[in-house]
Design a protein around this ligand. Sequence first.
Ligand code: NHW
Ligand code: EN5
Length: 388
Amino acid sequence: THKFWETQPVGQFKDIGDTSLPEGPIEAATPLSEVKQEPYNLPAAYEWATCDMKSDYVCSEVYNLLKNNYVEDDENMFRFNYSKEFLSWALRPPGYYQSWHIGVRAKVSKKLVAFISGVPARIRARDDVVKMAEINFLCVHKKLRSKRLAPVMIKEVTRRVHLENIWQAAYTAGVVLPTPVATCQYWHRTLNPKKLIDVGFSRLGARMTMSRTIKLYKLPDVPATPGFRKMEPCDVPAVTRLLRNYLSQFIVATDFDENDVEHWLLPREDVVDSYLVESPETHDLTDFCSFYTLPSTILGNPNYSTLKAAYSYYNVATKTTFLQLMNDALIVAKQKGFDVFNALDVMHNESFLKELKFGPGDGQLHYYLYNYRLRSALKPSELGLVLL
Ligand code: NHW
Ligand code: EN5
């Protein structure tokens, strides 16, 4: 049972399969004057702190909280280690609200002990484009777990989102909550087999030697597609058109405009990489691929401290095949020193995962909407949305 989630406007397990329920908002918006004006109460030793992510000091505090307390795999071998530059980028997109970057501090020491964040986004569900909050980086210090702090933080971020007259949200989690819009599988493409095996990220396959494994995952040194190059600022309008047209086919998808593309997809060193194919004849932009950088700390390994992972972001193929385009993405990721390239089975990713030697991981990612009902769960391939 879910004592907290049962009280929230989200799809409930008991309603699964009830096709009489309408699609769209579960609760109507209320007048802003009816939104609670004061923050929710925290246990007496703690206080709310709005985090200024423009401050290098505050950004470091959030970074350190997450570095030591954020998401781990099911065997506690790896923990996400989002960089400061990544957090600053992820939390300050066009139109962001500082009030949605919410910390909890110990009153006496002022130490940051918990965090939750939202950023604004337009997300389309069927033909309905909805202003939403994307909620991410919910984290409670390991020593403060299981004290029901998370529900208070979720209610507080909800209140602050409502104060901006926004009534829906999207979020992803590795755990099952009421109730997933879609359940996606993580896939992994080995780039550095020796290291992945040494740190326990993967195992030597049955009847495989290390040298056969290294050969299996070998990649060319340079991309194969003529006209394949890094995205530049002047490409923003054409990439936006390519992406909007591509994403229009999915049931739930991000609604990117040029400002969003400039922020989310222009290359930033060690944060996000984007490449495109410019036709050598017509100079049209025909294909696009991108990935973001999210290292993980390797817990308790004497030889290695970090796993360098690239995560597939948004990809569009119109002329090149997805197979060739993503093979080129693997080639540039390998050249940049990534150990592994990860992807979800969203959008058209299934069309290249097996052939490019990705293997299914032991993790799943569940997608959720807050205060928005869909008649039934979606297939991963019906999702055109990637959260960081
Ligand atoms: S998912 C990553 C979440 N973070 C981590 O896993 C880091 C490591 N874990 C922790 O820090 C990406 C703690 O275990 C956390 C829970 C803080 C996760 N989402 O305080 P209690 C995101 O950031 C429910 C939602 O005692 P705790 C997305 C749980 O089901 N709910 O637990 C975030 C239970 O409720 P129930 C989660 O272990 C989306 C209650 O929390 C959850 O000390 C947030 C227990 O609380 C999760 N990942 O702290 C929702 N994990 O009803 C946004 C547990 O079952 C919603 N719970 O009794 C939208 C808001 C905006 C709306 C605007 C209109
Ligand atoms: C919010 N934006 O479990 C995100 N990762 O498979 C929060 N497994 O890396 C929610 N356990 O399978 C995040 N290696 C939920 C995910 C949490 C992290 C997580 C999984 C995803 C993962 C690895 C390591 C497993 C270590 C032991 C894994 C196998 C790779 C192998 C390579 C060769 C071909 C077959 C697969």
